[in-house]
Design a protein around this ligand. Structure first.
Ligand code: OOG
Ligand code: MG
Length: 255
């Protein structure tokens, strides 16, 4: 096993058995190519266990998230079938290290996308958009990481919840949203926080996926990135996001 496969396996084990691992590159000295190679190898372990690739998640597409985590490059990760959490079901904290939740918008494609799409061309390939929640769970101790480390760790991707799909012809450039925990508003934001327009996140997802040799296909889900800071999850909570015009998505955390 080479160094990339070794780190990939450690991160895969950490995600699978819900334990943390020490940082392997706290100063962020590894190249981003190497970091994405670790990510690819770690996702390959999941695919070998019969999970399917279902799409892509974008990270650090809003200022709120960049500031919260202290990093400013847009990153991406791979979504697999096992990460999807059905709406209004309960997750069990035993399966996570130290999860957080953040409000996102999700796209599903009806056509494949190349790496050099314009915003309008990317929009024409969108089947539907939906209110969504991402459950992020860094595998590193204390949720602390450098840029190559978070990339290697699949951009902290852990789970995603998608609400009802909506017509993408709705103007979703600046829709208000509220993240609620147990009925209390804990974060308020707008879809405009995502690179000024969530479509820019989709265009970036198409570009980065194509560069990686895995262009986005019809049916792919794209999570556009957290519009606000993330909140810690605790036992017994009910978490929901409410979007202007798009509706809501929610899930429970087991007691
Ligand atoms: C990294 C993942 C960032 C987002 O939506 O910006 C991300 C993290 O915050 O742990 O998912
Ligand atoms: Mg996110």
């Amino acid at each position: 096993m080479n160094a990339i496969e070794l780190i990939a396996t450690q991160l895969d084990d950490a995600a699978r058995f819900a334990h943390d691992v020490p940082q392997f590159d706290p100063q962020g000295e590894r190249s981003l190519d190497e970091a994405y190679a670790i990510q690819r190898a770690s996702i390959a372990c999941r695919l070998a266990r019969d999970e399917r690739r279902v799409g892509v998640k974008m990270g650090f597409t809003s200022r709120a998230k960049m500031v919260q985590m202290g990093l400013s490059d847009v990153i991406w990760g791979r979504l697999t079938s096992a990460m999807q959490v059905e709406e209004n079901t309960a997750i069990d904290l035993a399966h996570y290290v130290h999860p957080r939740v953040e409000p996102e918008i999700a796209f599903v494609l009806k056509r494949a996308l190349n790496g050099d799409e314009t915003g309008p061309a990317a929009l024409a390939a969108v089947e539907a958009i939906a209110p969504a929640l991402e459950i992020i769970d860094s595998r590193y101790r204390d949720f602390r990481f450098s840029l190559p480390e978070v990339i290697a760790d699949n951009a902290s991707s852990s789970g995603f919840v998608i609400g009802g799909w909506c017509d993408p012809r709705i103007d979703f450039s600046n829709l208000g949203l509220v993240l609620n925990i147990d009925g209390r508003a804990v974060q308020v934001g707008s879809t405009a926080a995502l690179l000024g327009h969530p479509l820019r996140s989709l265009v970036a997802a198409a570009r980065l996926s194509a560069v990686a040799g895995e262009p986005l296909q019809a049916g792919a889900i794209v999570m556009a990135g957290g519009a606000t800071s993330a909140e810690w999850l605790k036992a017994g909570q009910y978490v929901s996001v409410e979007f202007e015009r798009l509706g809501r998505a929610g899930f429970y955390v087991k007691d």
